[in-house]
Write a protein that binds this ligand. Structure first.
Ligand SMILES: NC(=O)C1=CN([C@@H]2O[C@H](COP(=O)(O)OP(=O)(O)OC[C@H]3O[C@@H](n4cnc5c(N)ncnc54)[C@H](O)[C@@H]3O)[C@@H](O)[C@H]2O)C=CC1
Ligand code: BAL
Length: 504
């Protein structure tokens, strides 16, 4: 197959030339032993955009060897923090320069609206690179006094080594940035496996890695099926750490593979079934805006999607009516239409999964008060769907759906609200809306989640840590906390005076 695809951008007709090979040692190459390719589908039209080379397990070995060689020679302990910062800042500048093209590829491959891809996905990712560029020369250890006449110790926060990074399809550029930026800032090298659903932006970013001036092998990109390339990275004996975002099911497999191979360090950002609590003192119009954003942003394909909303009895009817009004204002359509505020879901598999849950909700007796009807024609479009009259045992209430499907329940007391919210195996996000400050403090500390949003929902900042409790994950991304995921602490104990009497 050709190793450069020509991709036509809808509406503008602009043509993008994109290398489609594996990116290893700063070059786009064919597979060493495979002929498989991955078709990239535009979910708004179901048409093939282009095909990219699929890495085999042998290709993963080649990419890991390249990353190891770079770690031992040009990166790792062989490059200063100042230089790492310079390169990260340069990469951020190039991403900013190419923001439109990156967004076009993302909108085509994932389906999300072009404007949102450019302003939020690319914009926040540029910010993420700059944030970690700022950290690159500030990764410092401690000096620890043991005995002030004879001994002290100091710690070094050393790069952990070769990192396998496995990312999903819901925010392909942003998940790339969240993983690549802290790893490079700390001095790690990378084998990046983008999702087979959305590999295009990672290939474009690989071109920018070369242009920014990163040495060969520092970042390698291997599109592949999860069961092939992802599994090979998780089980690889020369990978020191694997960072993953995706389903809890796959996270479990990755952890098992890490345990059974070389006990590599693992960080997991997994699924969720996040609650939003609406108390009677809340500003209802604002709460409805945040609740709608919580479940409908990115067409609900969000690990922190606020997919369970619980409303206090006294305001239930009024709030539900408001929420329906807000949900109806969403404009689901092709991401290249200016008016679109939510695109299709990413793939046929995801579309089918969402519809199986909508059907289950109806069969289990929940009341569908909005949506719940398929659209005719092409494209994986799902309109906002709201269920009421739910019970805790329903599948739509328990399982992560990853689509614009909301379950709405009710409560009478604060205790009941907390109990309902925490009644899940997940613990990623939670929201509460109340104008009672004491209540906000009480409830935010009682909610079992890695992030609690008070009077807002779903906002993330590069300097605020993000991650899950319970079965939503292990470790933290973003903020200074992410640096711990990519460094290993070495304690150097120094004797400058103590004499050892022997035998003891
Ligand atoms: N937490 C999050 O942000 C995400 C959650 N999900 C959840 O997962 C559900 C299924 O979506 P999928 O795309 O199938 O998720 P997935 O967890 O299987 O895929 C995420 C990434 O893991 C890779 N992968 C798959 N199997 C692997 C394996 N055995 N070893 C290593 N890597 C592997 C995939 O290639 C992809 O790069 C969604 O409906 C949603 O509920 C999906 C994507 C992101
Ligand atoms: N909400 C950003 C992270 C994620 O959905 O994977």
């Amino acid at each position: 197959m050709s190793t450069v695809a020509t991709i036509t951008v809808p509406k503008s007709g602009k043509q993008i030339k994109l290398p489609t090979g594996l990116f290893i040692n700063n070059q786009f190459v064919p597979s060493v032993d495979g002929k498989e390719t991955i078709d990239c589908i535009n979910p708004a039209t179901e048409e093939v955009i282009c095909s990219v080379v699929a890495a085999t397990t042998k290709d993963i070995d080649v990419a890991v060897a390249a990353a190891r060689e770079a770690f031992n020679t040009t990166w790792g302990k062989h490059v200063s923090g100042i230089e790492r910062a310079r390169l990260l800042n340069k990469l951020a500048d190039l991403m900013e320069r190419d923001a439109q093209e990156l967004a076009e590829l993302e909108a085509l491959d994932n389906g999300k609206p072009l404007r949102i891809a450019r302003d939020f996905d690319v914009g926040d990712s540029v910010g993420c690179l700059r944030y970690y560029a700022g950290w690159a020369d500030k990764i410092v250890g401690q000096s620890i006094e043991i005995d002030n006449k004879t001994k002290f110790a100091f710690t070094k926060h050393e790069p952990i080594g070769v990192c396998g990074q496995i990312i999903p399809w819901n925010y392909p550029i942003m998940m790339w940035a969240w993983k690549v930026a802290p790893a490079l800032a700390c001095g790690c090298t990378i084998v990046m496996k983008p999702s087979e659903n959305t590999p295009l932006s990672a290939l474009k970013l690989s071109e920018l890695i070369v242009e920014a001036g990163f040495p060969p092998g520092v970042v390698n990109t291997v599109p592949s099926l999860g069961s092939v390339g992802g599994a090979a990275l998780a089980a690889h004996r020369d990978v020191d750490k694997v960072a993953f975002t995706g389903s809890t099911l796959t996270g479990r497999k990755i952890m098992a593979a890490a345990a059974e191979s070389n006990l590599k360090k693992v960080s997991l950002e997994l699924g969720g079934k996040s609650p939003q609590l609406i108390f009677e003192s809340a500003d209802l119009d604002q709460a409805a805006n945040w609740a709608a954003l919580g479940i409908l942003y990115n067409t609900g394909q969000d690990c922190t999607a606020g997919s369970r909303v619980y409303v206090q009895d006294s305001i239930y009817d009024k709030f539900v009516a408001l929420l329906v009004t807000k949900a109806k204002q969403l404009n689901v359509g092709d991401g290249f239409d200016e008016a679109t505020t939510a695109g299709p879901v990413v793939s046929k598999a995801q579309y089918d999964k969402i519809w199986s849950y909508i059907d289950a909700g109806k069969q289990e007796g929940a009341q569908c008060i909005l949506g719940g009807e398929k659209r005719p024609g092409k494209g994986y479009f799902v309109d906002p769907t709201i269920f009421t009259h739910i019970t805790p045992d329903m599948k739509i209430v328990k399982d992560e759906i990853f689509g614009p499907v909301l379950s709405v329940g009710r409560f009478s007391t604060e205790e009941e609200a907390i109990k309902l919210a925490n009644n899940t195996t997940y613990g990623l996000g939670a929201g509460l809306h109340s104008n009672d400050a004491n209540q906000c403090m009480r409830v935010s500390s009682a909610l079992e989640a890695g992030t609690v949003w008070v009077n807002q929902y779903n906002l993330l900042y590069n300097n605020v840590p993000f991650g899950g409790k319970k079965q939503s994950g292990i470790g933290r991304e973003l903020g200074s906390y992410a640096l711990e995921e990519y460094t290993s602490v070495k304690a150097v104990q120094w004797n400058y005076g103590e004499k050892l009497d022997w035998p003891l």
